[in-house]
Design a protein around this ligand. Sequence first.
Ligand SMILES: Nc1ncnc2c1ncn2[C@@H]1O[C@H](COP(=O)(O)OP(=O)(O)O)[C@@H](O)[C@H]1O
Ligand SMILES: [Mg+2]
Length: 278
Amino acid sequence: MLQIDSLTKRYSNSDVALKGVSLNLRAGEVVGLIGPSGAGKSTLIRCVNRLVTPTSGRIALDGQDLALVSGSALRRVRRQIGMIFQEYALVERLTVMENLLSGRLGYVGFWRSWARRFDAQDIARAFELLARVGLAGMENKRADALSGGQRQRVGIARALMQQPRLLLVDEPTASLDPKTSRQIMRLIMELCAERGLAAIVNIHDVVLATQYLPRIVGLQAGQIVYDGPAAELDAGALTRIYGDEDWTAITRKHSDQMQQAGTDGARAAAYPEPEVMP
Ligand SMILES: Nc1ncnc2c1ncn2[C@@H]1O[C@H](COP(=O)(O)OP(=O)(O)O)[C@@H](O)[C@H]1O
Ligand SMILES: [Mg+2]
């Protein structure tokens, strides 16, 4: 459903952030994009939602070109893409419900989306999503009164408001503690499975990535140096992505997980505990 071909991005200060990246996602496929800081992970997903304009290459969502469109055509394609950010990008002084209903924020600016009238269907969907992400009854809480995990749940619900087909997730757990990080990763994986959503999840934590994401793409200096099952991400692949390091703790951890999970691999390991509120 998403096809990226020979994508390059050179920023105006001449930093080349992406050097010919090609990546395909099937409908409902979830990919973990890992790599060191500066590898180009954020640039790649920003090219897909066109917060950044690619220098060259092709991006197609269900055959519809994304690299070249602009104006109303771009808005139409973007409606199919939900975005979840590390810093949640919530409007602090507004309630959870107000944040959800301004779900287009990040693309159109808050006041423009707020000016539009919200219909009953949007409000019903917002309540349904709040319940699904574990925030039932919290609609009138102000965003600045929430914990990090709750804020990210609002961010997830907001990304789903427009019923996207593709989710782009940038470091969803970077500001969260390890337990909350796992709950958030599990929630994202469950929602993708339930709704048949494809997703690219940028994540620098290798253990977390291999625990939850069945397919891993490794970026290094703007190039893909690994694309394969999480279970096969061995010391050699990790060295290609991150450079020389002692990887035994990480590779031992996921071989343990694989043994526990049997042949079904990372996907089975993805749902080890019931969902709990942070
Ligand atoms: N807005 C920008 N202007 C100029 N250079 C940028 C910009 N954003 C990112 N870069 C550069 O592009 C490269 C990739 O950055 P980024 O995509 O943020 O990597 P990652 O998300 O993997 O940490 C880095 O060298 C970074 O300095
Ligand atoms: Mg980044």
